[in-house]
Write a protein that binds this ligand. Structure first.
Ligand SMILES: [Zn+2]
Length: 342
């Protein structure tokens, strides 16, 4: 959920102009107020400061990058691009805990913080290699930076830290052999292995088929190709887009089979790519459906994805986003009444 700041300076990419700080501050305050008003037990800052997009906030503006990096193709024909690393060493320019600082000043309920996965950023290293900076050196730096970011968010009191892993499903599309997905899982597990079991209970992973201008990048990839590997990730929580799936029970059967006993699953009950605003009853029915496959102590609800992961995607208005969140909250309560939840 972004698209609140209407400023030509931001549109030109100058999101760190100090004169914009009060605008961002207002945007974050307004988002948290409206989010809390829905009754959601956990909120976020709507990622207002990740202005350009959810994936590149940590590296945006680095001097050792070029814009012609990895291309993400979407189903409606448009593409998004990551930046390409031009020389070492690789360092983040900012860590997501700086967003958490501001959000926690305004929030009265727990705050979830999303961070980008090591696997997504690993796509910044070019195929042709960088002289004097090997891929292995890059991976070492990347994992250290990611770990630093995670620890800072955990230490500052993020209720959950969610690793955005939208490229998991995309990996199967790019490489149907599964090799790329496996390499992503291995890389992210190298990072997750650095955390204790207790810490991992506060760490989650988000999966979705992409979401931009109401289109997706990998919805045609069967969840059966992704979910078995996904649950190999050493995380305690999984935020799984499900509302927009054509066959939810198919996905739920796979989740039932591959979910580890200590892994909680938050199923998506609202679909940001669908302009229809879900009713609380629709949400309730989706929760009841999921409860046939996931023990209720391990079941939670979420939105399928952010409401505007890329800043210039205005396909979902803020009013629609909050109406969907409201439906999630009310529908989850209706289901809890029926099945006795927590
Ligand atoms: Zn997503």
């Amino acid at each position: 959920m972004r698209s609140i700041i209407l400023s030509s300076k931001v549109a030109k990419g100058d999101s760190e102009d100090p004169s914009l700080a009060p605008l961002y501050e207002n945007a974050i305050r307004d988002t948290i107020e409206r989010f809390e008003a829905t009754g959601s037990p956990v909120v976020t800052d709507g990622e207002q400061r990740k202005y350009h997009n959810f994936a590149t906030y940590s590296v945006h503006g680095l001097p050792n990058t070029a814009p012609d990096g990895f291309k993400i193709p979407f189903s409606d024909g448009h593409t998004r691009r990551l930046s390409r690393l031009t020389r070492g060493p690789f360092r983040y320019r900012r860590y997501a805990d700086s967003y958490l600082d501001v959000a926690m000043r305004y929030a009265h309920v727990p705050v979830k913080q999303a961070v980008i996965s090591p696997s997504a950023l690993s796509l910044m290293y070019p195929a042709e290699k960088i002289p004097d900076y090997s891929r292995q050196q890059f991976i070492d730096d990347l994992l250290r930076e990611h770990e630093t970011e995670m620890r800072r968010c955990l230490k500052k009191g993020a209720y959950k830290v969610q690793i955005d892993f939208t490229e998991g499903r995309l990996a199967v599309k790019i490489d149907p052999s599964g090799h790329l997905l496996n390499s992503f899982i291995d890389l992210n597990n190298l990072a997750l292995s650095r955390f204790s079991l207790e810490e991992r209970r506060r760490i989650g992973v988000h999966t979705c088929p992409g979401n931009d201008f109401d289109s997706t990048h990998s919805a045609d990839v069967d969840y059966a190709e992704l979910l078995p590997s996904l649950f190999e990730l050493k995380a305690g929580n999984f935020y799984v887009a499900l509302a927009g799936e054509r066959d939810r029970r198919h996905a739920l059967r796979i989740i039932r089979k591959y979910r580890k006993p200590d892994q909680r699953v938050f199923v998506g009950v609202t679909a940001p790519v669908d302009p229809h605003i879900e009713t609380p009853e629709e949400v309730r029915d989706r929760v009841l459906e999921a409860s046939e496959y996931i023990p209720i102590e391990q079941l939670g609800t979420t939105d399928d994805c952010g409401f505007s992961p890329f800043s210039d995607d205005t396909s979902t208005s803020r009013d629609t986003a909050f109406a969907k969140i409201q439906a999630r909250v009310l529908g989850t309560r209706l289901a809890e009444k029926l099945i006795g939840g927590h």
